[in-house]
Write a protein that binds this ligand. Sequence first.
Ligand SMILES: Nc1ncnc2c1ncn2[C@@H]1O[C@H](COP(=O)(O)OP(=O)(O)OP(=O)(O)O)[C@@H](O)[C@H]1O
Length: 338
Amino acid sequence: MSMKVIEAERLTKTFASGSKEVQAVRGLDVRVDPGELVAFLGPNGAGKSTSLRLLATLLEPSGGAAHVAGHDIRTDPAAVRGRIGYVGQLNSAGHNQRVRDEIIMQGRFYGLAKDAAGRRADSLLESLELGGVATQVVSSLSGGQRRRLDIAMGLVHAPSLLFLDEPSTGLDPQSRANLWRHIHRLRDEYDTTVFMTTHYLDEADAFAERVMVMDHGRVIADDTPSGLKADLIGERVVLEFDSHAEAELALPHLRDHVPAGALQDLDRRGNTVELPVHSASRRLPEIVLVLAQAGVTAHSTETKRPTLDDVFFALTGRTLREAGVATTTEPSGEEEAA
Ligand SMILES: Nc1ncnc2c1ncn2[C@@H]1O[C@H](COP(=O)(O)OP(=O)(O)OP(=O)(O)O)[C@@H](O)[C@H]1O
């Protein structure tokens, strides 16, 4: 077994909030291999940022243990910090500095010699396609460029692990896709492990290789997006009939076409029957044929692939949209200095 970049066991964090206690993280178990690209997905207040800050040693855990980048977050936080990059929700660069100077200054802060800091800045500017704005002042950058600069700042000391807290919040869909492209590229180029939070379903679905879904301080699922969807929902064939009676007539003929155990899942709403089946589009013609042979006709057929929203619903009984996800574009939560 290879060495893990992150290995956390039953990590907890409880905040005192007035007379109440908020259990922000309730027993986090995570293992991440070198080079993995992991997205933490969940609604506002799920505990994503707090988890990230615990792992980045910006907050002290209330319980549990973790090794990050080979060091104990409790006993050796300074060693952890030297080996990780952390980009929070708020921009950290100074507004009146020039972009390249800002990265170099950050490099100097991490103890790089002037030449080395300059070389590192140039390499990051190129990787993140910021070369064209290297001499501009930070305040003149677009939102997407600004996020990329933040990421450059987080990578200046060549950390083996980069934490990004909602890097794409507030960006338009195209800039978000572009940012992800850069994140993938950085991982491939520098072999950096990337652990990030997001509350955008669609982007976690499209770009993350591993998604950990968090809700109420707990990880409730952990897999690839397609693995989550296949395990929890699977594909569906949807058949629509002219009447409820017709749908009832079809049911006995359909039972052989759903996986064993899914029988009770045969989902019927009014005139519509939904069948959980593997490879839905491949199975559809056969299902239509069976019905035709039995003299029942579906007037429309459709295959449905699940979304991560379906996954969240299957896990929690709430849609992520109901939980306040995916539609918000403004940064959420106040960043406190920890
Ligand atoms: N410093 C703090 N003091 C008290 N409560 C806090 C503090 N930081 C976070 N919390 C609470 O802990 C819970 C988890 O917050 P956290 O910021 O980790 O969630 P999140 O999943 O990152 O949400 P968001 O998407 O809004 O950033 C929330 O109920 C929040 O109000």
